[in-house]
Structures are given as structure tokens and as C-alpha cells.
Design a protein around this ligand. Structure first.
Ligand code: PLP
Length: 440
């Protein structure tokens, strides 16, 4: 086998080769078994090698794998859009299919801007976003992202930049109550709107729980209601980036459902096809579609593979599988159990500072000193060491930024497939504990 020329994330790292996967497990060439404790990048949410999905993929490929969306629609893409409208809250009825989470958030940004243009308000074209956030690597998505390491090289090309905080109660330096923190975050948003001018702002975007840039940072029950009412007051659309949190990951179908807030636009990806094919969507409310439908009637955007029937069939099979096997409920149940077990480890551990998250989306933040919450120095690269120690134990965990400067700190996300059983959670926690002992 030729093993050159593939640009891998770290060029001089020796990657293991995976030969196959089954359920929550992956196996490499040497026969080593890994628990996919992160579902890859919080993606493989129904586990590996599910025959119902591969059957649906085969069936569709025997009909037709590609048609161009400007020329034709397909029954399967229509069915998928209908399914998403059924499972989505409120009047989030319309789906625009893309191929990655980055495209989904970028399309959300574009649709928000177009919405105001259709209403004759052409100056409303900026997006407010938060530091400690990640919305993707394409330039529009990156411009909204508060992930410093990922922005750094391209900063000069990014027109948009984040300007408000994400809730991070664990590190509130002023020792305020959660309610006081939430009031502060809402006021900060309001100040920013007044600074930029409401007539220049199309939308506010946020992840229900911050993933890569925070390690499952979880807001209070009231945070998003306060934020949404500021958005409403100043006529600003609310975009929920559910790329990581959507489709059962947090123990509800969508993360925002924990907070009783319905967004105007929602971006989904990752778990939407559970990694079986690239598929993502921008889901748009009736409110936002109405002026477009009665105006230009053209949503400006799209990609060659948008609404690809092969991916649509895969995603439809995945969503049906999630429903049929009650995986949202299982995520809530096993997630609570996983968090309880990690909290038990945290009590014994010298370096676990915070355990957070909902459902099977559990963040663990590591600190040098639990009392002062002092972060490890970034040059120590503790998050990577933790990932590596877990890898040695046959457990995959997802590294995330968090910490005192919100840039270099050390957190990991535990986000196994939603199919995980209690016994498998026990095995995951056992491996995590052994890895932790090696680090401490
Ligand atoms: N939005 C969020 C919240 C994400 O976590 C990610 C990826 O990690 C993205 C957007 C970008 O998705 P993709 O990597 O599929 O482009």
C-alpha cells in the first residue's frame, strides 16, 4: 500500500491505520481495539458498521448517486427535508443541504443577510459571535469563530470577528452568581449591538454548548433566554450552531431544547449522517423563508454536492435509526451515568478541575491546582498528553481548548456513540481512569 502524499493533520506523526469498526469500537492493523469515546470528532453517533445504514446506502447507489440540484430534485432529498422539519422545534421547516458543518454555518450567515436584504434592509450584514466558539474552517465560518489557534494564520483576511463572551462560569473571575453572570453576558451583547448599530447586524450565532473551543461549556437554563430577548429587542436573528450538539448528542434532539429557545436558523452536520457520508444542513424557519419566498425566490448559495441523493439516503437512514432505537433517550440516560462516573474520578483526581455537559457530551477540564483553578502552562501540552495516554489505553477522547486565557487550556470531550451501553460506559471510564493515573 502506498503511504505517502496524503496530507495528514500533523505531517510527521505516525498514524495508526484503522481497518474496521463495529459499534463503539475501532480496530487497527495490529488488531488493537479502541473505544471510540469521542465518536471521532463527535460525529459517529450511531457507532460503526451499522448494516441498516450500509443497506440503505447500497440501495440508493443502485438507483442514482448524483443529480445536480439545479436540474433535478429527488424523492429521497425531499423525504430528508420533511424528516428534519418533523424533528426540529418550532417552525424550523426548511432545509438547505450542504456537505459540512462549516458550509452549514456559513450558509446560515448568508441566509440571515439575504433575509434582511429581501426586507429592504441592506445594511444589516454583520454577524455577532462569541469568543470561545467554533463554527468551521471555511472563511465565512472561521470569521465568526472565536477559536484563536484556528484563526491565527488567516486573521488578516477575516472581516468578521467575535466580540462577546461565551458563558464560562467555572472561570468567572469576579465570583458572581450564575444569574449575575448571565445578566453580564446579556448586557455585553446589548452593548456590542449598540456599539455596532442594530441596523448593521444581521444575526447572532452561538453553539448551545461550546465544543472544540471550550470542552462542552454548558450555559445555565436561563442564559439563552436572556440572550434571545436581547436579539429580539434589536431585531437580530438568532442562529444556533447545532453541528456538534444536534441529533441527540446532548440527550435532547437539539441542544437548544434544553434552554427552551427556538432559533430562527439552525446549522446541523456531524451526527446528521453519523459520519457515513458527508452531509449537513442549514435549517431555516418559516419566518426567515417568508420574505425570500415572496421576494427573489432564490436562496443564493449551494455546492455541487448539495442535496446529493446518496448522502440524503444515508442521513435519512441514520435519523430513522436514531428514532427507532431511542438513541436520544439513551444519550440522556447513559450520559448522566457517564457524568456521574467521571465526577467520581474527579473527586479522587488531583487535576480534574471541572466536569460539565449534558447527555453524551461530557467535558472534563484539567488544572494544575484545583483550589486556585490555575491552568497548566501551555508548553506542557497537557491536553495532548491526556489524549495520548488514553490512546495507549485504547480510548479515543476529543481535545478542546479551555482555561484561564480561553486559548491554551486543557479540556477533553467524552462523546461516545449514542448507542453505548452501561457496561461499555464502565469500560470507557475504566480506561480513562488508568490513563489519568499515568498522567498524574
Ligand atoms: N460548528 C461546530 C459547532 C463544530 O463543532 C464544527 C466542527 O467541529 C463545525 C461547525 C464545522 O464542521 P465541519 O468540520 O463539518 O466543517
Amino acid at each position: 500500500m502506498t503511504r505517502t502524499y496524503l496530507i495528514k493533520p500533523v505531517l510527521d506523526h505516525k498514524y495508526s491505520f484503522i481497518t474496521h469498526g463495529e459499534g463503539i469500537y475501532l480496530y487497527d492493523e495490529q488488531g488493537k481495539q479502541y473505544i471510540d469515546g469521542s465518536s471521532g470528532a463527535v460525529t459517529a453517533s450511531i457507532g460503526h458498521g451499522v448494516q441498516e445504514i450500509t443497506d440503505a446506502m447500497k440501495e440508493q447507489s443502485e438507483k442514482v448517486s448524483f443529480v445536480y440540484r439545479s436540474q433535478f430534485s429527488t424523492e429521497v432529498a425531499e423525504q430528508l427535508a420533511k424528516k428534519i422539519s418533523q424533528i426540529s422545534p418550532g417552525d424550523l421547516n426548511w432545509s438547505f443541504f450542504v456537505n459540512s458543518g462549516s458550509e452549514a454555518t456559513e450558509m446560515a450567515m448568508k441566509i440571515a443577510i439575504q433575509y434582511w436584504q429581501e426586507k429592504g434592509m441592506n445594511t444589516k450584514n454583520k454577524i455577532i459571535s462569541r469568543w470561545m466558539s467554533y463554527h468551521g474552517m471555511t472563511m465565512g465560518a472561521l470569521s465568526m469563530s472565536g477559536h484563536i489557534q484556528r484563526r491565527e494564520r488567516f486573521e488578516l483576511m477575516l472581516e468578521n470577528y467575535p466580540s462577546v463572551s461565551a458563558p464560562y462560569y467555572y472561570r468567572d473571575v469576579n465570583y458572581r452568581t450564575i444569574e449575575e453572570c448571565d445578566d453580564y453576558y446579556a448586557q455585553e451583547l446589548e452593548k456590542e449591538i449598540l456599539r455596532v448599530g442594530k441596523d448593521h447586524i444581521a444575526a447572532f450565532i452561538a453553539e448551545p454548548m461550546v465544543g472544540a473551543a471550550g470542552g462542552a461549556l454548558t450555559p445555565s437554563n436561563g442564559y439563552f433566554q436572556k440572550i434571545k430577548s436581547v436579539c429580539d429587542e434589536y431585531n437580530i436573528l438568532f442562529i444556533a450552531d447545532e453541528v456538534m450538539t444536534g441529533l441527540g448528542r446532548t440527550g435532547k434532539m437539539f441542544g437548544m431544547e434544553h434552554f427552551d429557545v427556538t432559533p430562527d436558523i439552525m446549522a446541523i452536520g456531524k451526527g446528521m449522517s453519523a459520519g457515513y457520508t458527508p452531509m449537513a444542513a442549514t435549517v431555516v424557519s418559516e419566518k426567515v423563508m417568508e420574505p425570500i419566498r415572496s421576494g427573489s425566490k432564490v436562496v443564493m448559495g449551494g455546492h455541487t454536492f448539495s442535496a446529493n441523493p446518496q448522502s440524503a439516503a444515508t442521513s435519512l437512514a441514520v435519523l430513522n435509526y436514531i428514532e427507532k432505537h431511542h438513541l436520544v433517550e439513551n444519550s440522556a440516560r447513559q450520559g448522566a451515568y457517564l457524568k456521574e462516573k467521571i465526577n467520581e474520578l474527579a473527586e479522587e483526581s488531583e487535576i480534574i478541575g471541572d466536569v460539565r455537559g449534558k447527555g453524551l457530551f461530557v467535558g472534563v477540564e484539567f488544572v494544575e491546582d484545583k483550589l486556585t483553578k490555575k491552568s497548566f502552562e501551555s508548553r506542557l501540552n497537557v491536553a495532548n498528553k491526556i489524549v495520548e495516554a488514553n490512546f495507549e489505553q485504547g480510548l479515543l477522547v476529543y481535545p478542546a481548548n479551555a482555561g484561564a486565557d480561553g486559548l491554551t487550556g486543557d479540556a477533553v470531550i467524552l462523546s461516545p456513540p449514542l448507542t453505548i451501553t452501561m457496561e461499555e460506559v464502565d469500560e470507557l471510564v475504566k480506561r480513562f481512569g488508568v490513563a489519568l493515573e499515568k498522567i498524574e
